[in-house]
Design a protein around this ligand. Structure first.
Ligand SMILES: O=S(=O)([O-])[S-]
Length: 138
């Protein structure tokens, strides 16, 4: 099974041009790449929650969740990764977790950079590198 293709059948996606328009309108941007990828350059204002810690970071019941993500389920989110694969999976997961308006950027940050769209060196304040509490297995 191709999980990314399966996700793409059920999620919203936008082109680079439409993604840029969303950013200009103030959509929240979730960057699910690894911290080193994010720190090398990201969409201005994007928060970083790597794909590997997405579910606990967004979980309403997990004490170590990231409030910048967890508490914004009704907001519009643009989800980005390197080329659109991880973000497709993350977009599907967030929809299943109750996020109302999540959209994958087709082509990801590779496409964004190739288009010459604006990027910034992000602040590490916008990162979820380590969850505040370790994941529990009860
Ligand atoms: O980020 S990715 O689409 O290359 S898996």
């Amino acid at each position: 099974m191709d999980y990314i293709e399966a996700a793409k059948q059920v999620i919203q996606e936008v082109s680079q041009e439409d993604g840029r328009a969303l950013v200009e309108k103030g959509v929240k941007v979730l960057d699910v790449r690894e911290p080193g990828e994010y720190l090398a350059g990201a969409i201005n204002g994007a928060i970083n929650v790597p794909r590997g810690v997405l579910e606990p970071a967004a979980d309403l019941n997990y004490p170590g969740a990231n409030p910048a993500l967890r508490d914004h389920r009704d907001d519009a989110w643009l989800v980005v990764c390197k080329s659109g694969g991880r973000a497709a999976l993350a977009t599907q997961t967030l929809s299943e977790m109750g996020f109302k308006n999540v959209t994958n950027l087709v082509g990801g940050m590779d496409g964004w950079q190739a288009a010459g769209f604006p990027m910034a060196i992000p602040s590490d304040e916008n990162m979820t590198v380590v969850l505040k509490e370790p994941c529990r297995i009860d």
